[in-house]
Design a protein around this ligand. Structure first.
Ligand code: CA
Length: 225
């Protein structure tokens, strides 16, 4: 999962960035509303975490602008403004959730996942492809009920693919969603992770259409079990 954080407070921003990274969420961080609006409009994020009191453009304006442009990704407001009127205004303007500072990072991560789930119209948090089951909240992957150990990067890659079974994602799309800014894209990092996943889960766990992209099958064929 890749989230955009729009927050001008350096301490909170750094804590959220580091904390969510530990929970497997890649965070890109900008410190003013104008830049937040620009980035959220132009790059593929799974969710936006938005402060309200921001330099250059207020968070509420950013929120209204993003929804006016038709962006559907979940937007979570994080703020110290706890007046009922502020909360109602935020939710009415299209925020998915409203979290009061100070908050626990585990809670923010859980609410991010839950917002993404409800946007996808799916109540079951477990992702499935054939005999594979991936639990985004506990970071556990099982195959035929047995736990498979994956690295954080392998897990993130598999989660991306399992969110859209049967839909090929191109190399560029995968790299874009897996890596934050400032992270080097080594030329074969994606291939190495795909190779490792196939070694652990079976060759047919991740399929590939040359020149198009990688995907997990909607149903794992019997020969890979
Ligand atoms: Ca602020």
């Amino acid at each position: 999962m890749r989230a955009l954080l729009v927050e001008d407070d350096p301490l909170i921003g750094e804590a959220v960035r580091v904390g969510l990274a530990r929970l497997g969420i890649t965070v890109d961080w900008v410190r003013d509303g104008e830049l937040g609006l620009q980035c959220a409009s132009s790059e593929p994020f799974d969710a936006v975490v938005l402060d309200l009191g921001l330099p250059r453009q207020d968070g509420m304006q950013v929120l209204r602008e993003l929804r006016k442009k038709g962006h559907l990704f979940p937007i979570l407001i994080i703020t110290a403004r706890d007046a009922l009127a502020d909360r109602v205004a935020g939710l009415d303007a299209g925020a998915d959730d409203y979290i009061l500072k100070p908050f626990e990072l585990d809670e923010l991560a859980a609410r991010l996942r839950s917002s993404i789930r409800s946007r996808c119209g799916r109540a079951d948090p477990v992702l499935r492809s054939g005999t594979l089951a991936l639990h985004p909240d506990t970071k556990v992957v099982t195959q035929n009920g047995a736990v498979v150990n994956l690295s954080a990067r392998e897990f993130a890659l598999l989660e991306l693919l399992m969110r859209r079974p049967g839909v090929p994602l191109s190399r560029a799309q995968l790299e874009e969603r897996l890596l934050g800014w400032g992270e080097e894209v080594t030329s074969n990092a994606l291939e190495v992770n795909i190779h490792n996943l196939r070694r652990k889960l079976g060759l047919a766990s991740i399929l590939n259409i040359r020149g198009v992209g990688y995907f997990v099958p909607r149903d794992t064929p019997p020969w890979s079990r």
